[in-house]
Ligand binder design. Structure first.
Ligand SMILES: [Zn+2]
Ligand SMILES: [Zn+2]
Length: 345
């Protein structure tokens, strides 16, 4: 089968690989139908993710059809159409029992990281009963690819952790796919204002279309001043960090109102300054989280009932043969205006 392989920092290729086999009774082998590329895959290619060794097939998102199941799998059968979660969960360990699937002792974010992933014709999914979701008949499978990672990530790490509430004020720093996923799902709670902050005018225009009440280009002067001005000087109740660099986290520290929450979503590679000399008295909360995908079934219902339309984030389509072009397009989002690219396998 064809598979997209990380060969070490800065090196990647489409290789021929053997089709994966069932390795444990709880495994399923899924024929991948559609997958996509995540910002995290770009981090891996740079060499930023030490758990991902050279030789790994990347990808942790997608939809497919069950090819075979191990003897212990009871919820799925060959031929079933499934949504693949970026988080694998045994459902039985201490963390799974607490709903913290991202910390599953034999799972978590392993797909396209510690084990081979979805940017291939087939993928082995461990703990299949509790890591796959059945696709309802007639569902739009491209929209569902957005449910593997970005929608639950934006919702759980940004909106839920950030305690977005009716009438509250929200700022989302970073208008990439994750920031936009937070923007879409924040609207479940009818906040009074959602301010989107980014350096890219195209992404800010997209955010406006997706429901942002105001946008701030961080390149044109002091973004924090602009956000405070938009909120009557007080700052926001929820500041969602959706980039993962020190500057964006510090912007959140500058715009969080007294009593507010900074919800970190971004994957940080270097340390960030915590300005307690100013914030110690502000009654704020800072949250961190790796997505648990505990809300995937709920989000699936909101997509099925057209409460949100995550398909609006898909900007490009490629076949698996052209995945190197897809990476090129996704990595150069400023010029290509790419948000999510769909890879048809
Ligand atoms: Zn991802
Ligand atoms: Zn577990």
């Amino acid at each position: 089968m064809k598979a997209f392989v990380y060969q070490g920092p800065g090196r990647k290729a489409l290789e021929d690989r053997a089709i994966p086999a069932i390795a444990a009774p709880g495994d399923a082998v899924v024929r991948v139908v559609k997958t996509t590329i995540c910002g995290t895959d770009l981090h891996i290619l740079k060499g930023d993710v030490p758990t991902c060794a050279p030789g790994r097939i990347l990808g942790h998102e997608g939809v497919g059809v069950i090819d075979q199941v191990g003897a212990g799998v009871t919820a799925f059968h060959a031929g079933d159409r499934v949504l693949i979660s970026c988080i694998s969960a045994c459902g039985k360990c201490e963390y799974c029992r607490r709903g913290m699937y991202s910390h599953c002792t034999t799972g978590g974010w392993i797909l396209g990281n510690a084990i081979d992933g979805t940017q291939a014709e087939y993928v082995r999914i461990p703990h299949a009963d509790t890591s796959l979701y059945p696709i309802p008949a007639g569902a739009d499978e491209e929209a569902l690819v957005m449910l593997s990672d970005i929608l639950p990530t934006g919702f759980e790490c940004g909106v839920l952790n950030g305690k977005v509430a009716p009438g509250s004020t929200v700022a989302i720093v970073g208008a990439g796919p994750i920031g936009l996923a937070a923007l879409l799902t924040a609207q479940f709670y009818s906040p009074a204002a959602i301010v989107m902050v980014d350096f890219d005018d195209n992404r800010l225009a997209v955010a406006k279309r997706f429901g942002a009440t105001a946008t701030v280009n961080a390149g044109s002067g002091n973004a924090a001043d602009a956000v405070r001005k938009l909120t009557g000087g007080s700052g926001v109740d929820t500041a969602i960090e959706a980039v993962g660099v020190p500057g964006s986290f510090e912007t959140c520290e500058d715009i969080v109102a007294p009593g507010g929450t900074i919800a970190n979503v971004g994957v940080h590679g270097v340390k960030v300054d915590l300005h307690l000399e100013r914030l110690w008295s502000h009654n704020i909360t800072i949250t961190t989280r790796l997505v648990d995908t505990a809300t995937t079934p709920m989000l699936l219902k909101t997509v099925q009932s057209h409460k949100i339309d995550p398909k609006c984030m898909i900007t490009h389509h490629f076949t698996l043969d052209r995945i190197l072009d897809a990476y090129e397009t996704f990595a150069n989002a400023a010029s290509t205006h790419a948000l999510k690219v769909i890879i048809d396998v």
